[in-house]
Ligand binder design. Structure first.
Ligand code: FES
Length: 145
């Protein structure tokens, strides 16, 4: 019986030693913010800067799209008359996507590609889709929210 008490106390002190080791540093990765500092007003963040009409609907080709870099918006038209809009800020490290090739929205910073249809990742390193925006077309003008 006395042995049980002593065994418990040894166990408790072992736990205390193990507990003291837990919590040693997990490094905090430093991410290079390649998308900041472009000098476009400094509002920062990943949201768009658009607040009114950003362009004309006929600038957006069917089966493709157009990047409105100043507003950080991509507008696509996967099928005729069906417009989609996404944030142009890449979900990898924040670059503004650079070009649209075929059915892909390309970020040339590290090679991510996103679908013009739904903004989903076609090719990494990005793992999250482009943020979808609400798009309206009135009188040939495109607005996003
Ligand atoms: S920021 Fe790295 S792929 Fe776009």
């Amino acid at each position: 019986m006395a042995e049980n008490v002593s065994a418990r106390s040894v166990g408790a002190s072992r736990r205390a030693v193990v507990g003291g080791v837990v919590g040693l540093g997990v490094g905090v990765p430093l991410l290079a913010a390649c998308g900041s500092g472009s000098g476009d007003g400094g509002s920062g963040g990943t949201s768009t800067t658009a607040s009114g009409p950003i362009g004309k609907a006929d600038e957006v080709p069917v089966g493709g799209g157009k990047i409105f870099a100043a507003d950080k918006v991509v507008v696509t038209q996967p099928t005729e008359g069906a417009y989609k809009a996404f944030s142009a800020v890449c979900t990898h490290q924040g670059c503004v996507v650079a070009e649209i090739k075929g059915q892909d929205i390309d970020c040339t910073c590290h090679g991510s590609k996103f679908s013009i249809t739904d903004g989903s990742v076609v090719q990494g390193p990005a793992t999250k889709p482009l943020e979808a925006l609400k798009v309206t077309v009135k009188g040939g003008e495109i607005s996003v929210a």
